[in-house]
Design a protein around this ligand. Structure first.
Ligand code: PLP
Length: 388
């Protein structure tokens, strides 16, 4: 049973941004840190690699991936950057990297840098929002593919708009001719995953969001046909001598990227176990109850404030976005005035994004095991007061 370490004086409706880690997992991580500091050399040279392998196996099983193609990275941004950097030597001049209008900003930046370096360009598919069905997403992405498309970058669960996209269908239409990099930052722990079935060339995702691991744990899964050339954005010992002790050359590129605190990734199996025990039906129960709660919360807020529901229930995981009326004075900052006001004056943590661009904006709620319907009632009350 997970005990949440969250401040009870705050209404936490933004699990999506940085997750939240149960006390039991944090204590486990603290234990690992103490062990490491009692004998740093012994820990790094002898304890680290077997512990990493155990966590890799548990995670690979959880997401339905081949452990031989799965490596830990500190976050999804790093996973995206590693794939893009690895492709730079291979993409022809004029190559197009296809993103969407709902791609996460950090990943747009990473793709732009790669496109500039190879003399190519970034192409943006305009995926409808509000969206009525998964087939609208498939059509919008496939329509934007050209002969020059060298990589498609696709979110599994979109960040500003909170929709689960049919990535398996899009991958099936494109691979292996056009490789797809799925940014599944939110997916593990939120929706059921079978990476082998999705079959993308590259899939990166966070453990620190919906698996609730400590922060700094994420993974990159690479299809066998690409493992030869993919390496970490931070090139280290694994490039030539394979230290420390990795079982494959591909693993060696990522298992050691320079000294860091490895305890977050070494606590992933503990998080899978602890959070999984929180619900009597295990992870399936957690996913289902979070999904049901976010729909209930979204409907409550939409009804109370008079907002449209832009995504059908079957395209939701456990985050949901609602378009808000434009503010009277719109700033360029991502820290929307309303979000700052809810933080300071209502003690509600909830993101408000200027999307697709200011002054238009959306508010995005999350549902995790520590939330109750009272949290959404409180947000509805605040929004009602603020938007009147
Ligand atoms: C779709 C998407 N990609 C990437 C990220 C970045 O995650 P991180 O900061 O852990 O790299 C996020 C974070 O919210 C996201 O929603």
């Amino acid at each position: 049973m997970a005990t949440w370490a969250l401040d009870p004086g705050v209404t936490h409706l933004n699990h999506g941004s940085f997750g939240a880690c149960p006390s039991e997992v944090l204590e486990y991580q603290a234990g690992l840190r103490s062990e490491m500091e009692r004998n740093p050399v012994g820990f790094m040279l002898h304890t680290y690699q077997p512990a990493l392998e155990a966590n890799r196996s548990a995670l690979a099983e959880f997401v339905g991936a081949d452990a031989n193609g799965l490596v830990f990275v500190p976050n999804a941004t790093y996973g995206v950057n590693s794939v893009l950097r690895s492709l730079e030597g291979l993409l022809p001049s004029g190559a197009e990297i296809l993103l969407t209008n709902q791609t996460y900003n950090a990943c747009i930046n990473a793709a732009r840098v790669t496109a500039d370096r190879v003399g190519g360009s970034v192409v943006v598919a305009d995926v409808p929002f509000p969206v009525a069905s998964p087939s609208e997403v498939v059509a919008a992405v496939l329509d934007a593919v050209t002969e020059r498309t060298a990589l498609v970058m696709l979110d599994h669960v979109t960040s500003p708009t909170g929709a689960v996209w049919p990535v398996a269908e899009i991958v099936a239409a494109l691979e292996p001719e056009v490789p797809v990099l799925v940014d599944g930052a939110h997916a593990p722990g939120m929706i059921e995953l079978d990476l082998a079935e999705i079959g993308a060339s590259f899939y990166t995702a966070n453990c620190h969001k919906w698996i609730c691991s400590p922060k700094g744990a994420a993974f990159l899964s690479v299809a066998e046909r690409h493992r030869e050339y993919v390496r970490s954005a931070s090139v280290s010992h694994g490039y030539n001598d394979g230290w420390p002790d990795s079982s494959t050359r591909f693993h060696a590129q990522f298992d050691w990227t320079g000294t860091d605190d490895p305890t977050a990734r070494l606590s992933v199996a503990k998080a899978l176990e602890t959070v999984g025990e929180h619900h009597r039906d295990g992870w399936a129960g957690i996913r289902r109850s979070n999904h049901e709660l976010v729909i209930e919360g979204r409907n409550l807020i939409a009804d109370a404030v008079g907002l449209d529901r832009p995504v059908p229930d079957e395209m939701l995981g456990s985050i949901a976005a609602l378009p808000l009326p434009a503010p009277t004075s719109a700033g360029e900052s991502i820290f929307d005035e309303l979000m700052v006001d809810l933080h300071h004056n209502w003690k509600i943590e909830v993101p408000v994004f200027a999307w697709p661009e200011a002054p238009a904006r959306v508010i995005r709620i999350s549902a995790q095991q520590y939330n109750t319907i009272a949290d959404y009632e409180r947000l509805a009350e605040a929004l009602h007061a603020k938007l009147r």
